[in-house]
Design a protein around this ligand. Structure first.
Ligand code: ADP
Ligand code: MG
Length: 152
């Protein structure tokens, strides 16, 4: 189990860090994103999805709950569960199909899906600081651990 912390003065530095994480992501993985509204969870996800090679827009899944992307061999699912009224909605969405071996999942507000989501390999927590944001990555599996180790 290990943790790495990053001080991010601006949006650009967060997008860049997310791109670096994407560039070392060689396995299916589940990433939980924690932090208050406006902390930067969607900003990080956008940097990650673009870092994986997506050329188009990255929309916030605030209203759709999930936005899917197909990038090379990967299916990336970007969730925002803030508006999830009932965890059962996730069952109707066929949530189990989102955690296959070719899938990378980024999940904002994972607490709302408690009990129905796959366990996280990596939890990213973002806090406000006087200088911008402090981002902590916590590895929760061997896969998450190896991501943290190779991340430069
Ligand atoms: P969330 O998804 O957590 O609600 P967003 O990513 O939608 O948050 O919004 C984050 C906002 O904070 C953006 O408007 C972004 O420009 C701004 N911002 C300011 N400083 C930073 C920083 N250091 N890292 C990320 N976003 C920042
Ligand atoms: Mg968001």
């Amino acid at each position: 189990l290990s943790q790495r912390d990053f001080d991010l003065p601006d949006e650009e530095s967060m997008v860049q860090l997310a791109g670096r994480l994407a560039s070392v992501c060689q396995h299916s993985c589940v990433i939980y994103l924690q932090g208050d509204l406006g902390a930067g969870k969607t900003t990080f996800s956008r940097g990650f999805i673009k870092g994986m090679g997506h050329k188009g827009k990255v929309k916030s899944p605030t209203y759709t709950l999930v936005e899917p992307y197909e990038i090379g061999p990967w299916r990336i699912f970007h969730f925002d569960l803030y508006r999830l009224a009932d965890a059962e909605e996730l069952e109707f969405m066929g949530i189990r199909d989102y955690f296959e071996e070719d899938c990378i999942c980024l999940i904002e507000w994972p607490d709302k899906g408690h009990g129905l989501l796959a366990a996280a390999d990596l939890t990213i927590s973002i806090d406000y600081t006087p200088l911008g944001r402090r981002l902590s990555m916590l590895a929760l599996s061997a896969r998450g651990q190896s991501l943290l180790e190779v991340l430069t």
